[in-house]
Design a protein around this ligand. Structure first.
Ligand SMILES: NC(=O)c1ccc[n+]([C@@H]2O[C@H](COP(=O)([O-])OP(=O)(O)OC[C@H]3O[C@@H](n4cnc5c(N)ncnc54)[C@H](OP(=O)(O)O)[C@@H]3O)[C@@H](O)[C@H]2O)c1
Length: 319
C-alpha cells in the first residue's frame, strides 16, 4: 500500500491518489451537457469506496457548477459519517475577470457550500486575472491568517509563474503547497517544460489532473470507440487524437497489470504517483463507485524499477 505523503512542506498528509469531483456539478440545464447526472446514492458509494480503499482527499472548485460540486461533496461525506478531521478537501477560486480581493468576498460562500468541512488547500484555478500573482498570494495569506483555509496552492501555473508565487509566499513565511496541472502518460509536457523540475526544487507537490486522459488509459475507449460519443466535446477531441497513438502504451499497461492482477488504468495511476518519488499526487475523476474502488486499488501494489522505466519508455512519444 502506497503511504500517505505531505502536500509540499505543509503538515497536511494526503493519500497519493485522491478523487476529483468536477463531474459532480452535473444535472439539468447547461451543466448537464458537460457533466452527467449522478444520483446521491452513487455519490455516497463513491465516497464509501474511496475511504474503504485508503483515499483521504478530494478535489473540487468554485467553477464546478458554482458551488454544486462542493455542496455535493459535503453532502456525500456527511451521508457517510466522515468527520472533518478525517478528510482533506481542496477547492479553487476562479480568478477570471476578477481581482484578488474577490477571494475574501467569496470565501464564505465556499465554506457555506462545504457545510462545515475545512478548506485544507485553497488554490487559484488558473493564472489569468486582473490582479498580479503578488496581490493574489497576499490575499491567500490573509485567508490563511483569518483561519478560513489551511494551505495555499495554484493551478495551471507554468514554471516561471509557480516560482513567482512561491517567492511571494516565502516572503510572508508561507509554503506553496501544490500546483495542480494536466499530467498523464499521454500528456507528459511537465517533465520537459520545467514545471516538474521547479516543483522538485521548491518542494511543491504536483497534483496531476485528468490522469486517466478522461478514461483513455483504462483501455475502455480502445475496446469501444463508440463510447467516445458520450464524452464532453473537449475530451472527445483529445481522446480521438491520442486513441491510435496510445495503443502500444495501453497494451504495455495491460501486460504489466496482468502480472500484478490489476487493470491498465490502475497501472497508469500507480506510475504517475511513483515514477517521480513523492512529488506527484493525483485526482482521477469518478462518476461511478467501481471507478473510485479501482483508483484506490491503484495504491495497493508496487511497480518494479524495470516496469516503471518500461512504461516511461513506451510513453516517450507523449513527452
Ligand atoms: N485544475 C484544473 O484546471 C482541472 C481541470 C480538469 C480536471 N481537474 C480535476 O481533475 C479531476 C479529474 O480529471 P478529469 O475528470 O478531467 O479526468 P480523468 O480523471 O482522467 O478521467 C475521469 C473519467 O475517467 C473515467 N474513469 C475513471 N475511473 C475509471 C475506471 N476505473 N474505469 C473506467 N473509466 C474510468 C470516467 O469516465 P466516465 O464518467 O465516462 O465513466 C471519469 O469521469 C477532476 O474531477 C477535477 O477535480 C482540474
Amino acid at each position: 500500500m502506497l503511504e500517505k505523503r505531505f502536500l509540499g512542506i505543509t503538515d497536511i498528509k494526503v493519500s497519493p491518489i485522491g478523487i476529483g469531483v468536477m463531474m459532480w456539478m452535473g444535472g439539468k440545464g447547461i451543466l448537464g451537457r458537460v457533466a452527467p447526472s449522478i444520483t446521491d446514492e452513487v455519490k455516497n458509494d463513491i465516497i464509501k469506496e474511496s475511504f474503504a480503499g485508503g483515499i483521504n482527499f478530494f478535489d473540487t472548485a468554485e467553477m464546478y457548477g458554482f458551488g454544486r460540486s462542493e455542496a455535493n461533496l459535503a453532502k456525500a461525506l456527511k451521508a457517510n459519517g466522515i468527520d472533518d478531521k478525517d478528510v482533506i478537501i481542496e477547492t479553487k477560486w476562479n480568478p477570471l475577470l476578477r481581482r484578488a480581493r474577490n477571494m475574501r468576498r467569496t470565501i464564505n460562500k465556499r465554506l457555506h457550500y462545504l457545510d462545515g468541512y475545512t478548506i485544507d488547500l485553497y488554490m487559484v484555478h488558473q493564472p489569468i486575472s486582473f490582479s498580479s500573482i503578488k496581490t493574489e498570494m497576499k490575499e491567500l495569506a490573509r485567508l490563511l491568517e483569518d483561519n478560513k483555509i489551511k494551505s495555499v496552492g495554484i493551478s495551471n501555473y507554468n514554471a516561471e509563474k509557480m516560482r513567482k508565487a512561491h517567492e511571494e509566499l516565502e516572503k510572508l513565511g508561507i509554503p506553496l503547497a501544490a500546483n495542480q496541472v494536466n499530467y498523464s502518460l499521454v500528456r507528459r509536457n511537465i517533465e520537459t517544460n520545467g514545471i516538474l523540475d521547479t516543483a522538485k526544487e521548491l518542494g511543491v507537490t504536483i497534483t496531476a489532473y485528468t490522469p486517466l486522459a478522461a478514461g483513455l488509459l483504462t483501455g475502455k475507449l480502445h475496446n469501444n470507440p463508440e463510447a467516445l460519443k458520450n464524452k464532453f466535446v473537449m475530451y472527445r477531441w483529445v481522446a480521438k487524437r491520442n486513441l491510435e497513438e496510445s495503443i502500444p502504451l495501453v497494451e504495455t499497461l495491460t501486460e504489466i497489470g496482468k502480472a500484478h492482477e490489476v487493470l491498465p488504468g490502475q497501472v497508469a495511476l500507480n506510475w504517475l504517483v511513483t515514477f517521480h518519488g513523492d512529488t506527484v499526487v493525483t485526482i482521477p475523476g469518478a462518476t461511478k463507485a467501481y471507478q473510485a474502488k479501482e483508483s484506490a486499488g491503484a495504491m495497493s501494489f508496487s511497480l518494479s524499477k524495470a516496469e516503471l522505466n518500461e512504461i516511461a519508455e513506451v510513453a516517450e512519444r507523449f513527452l
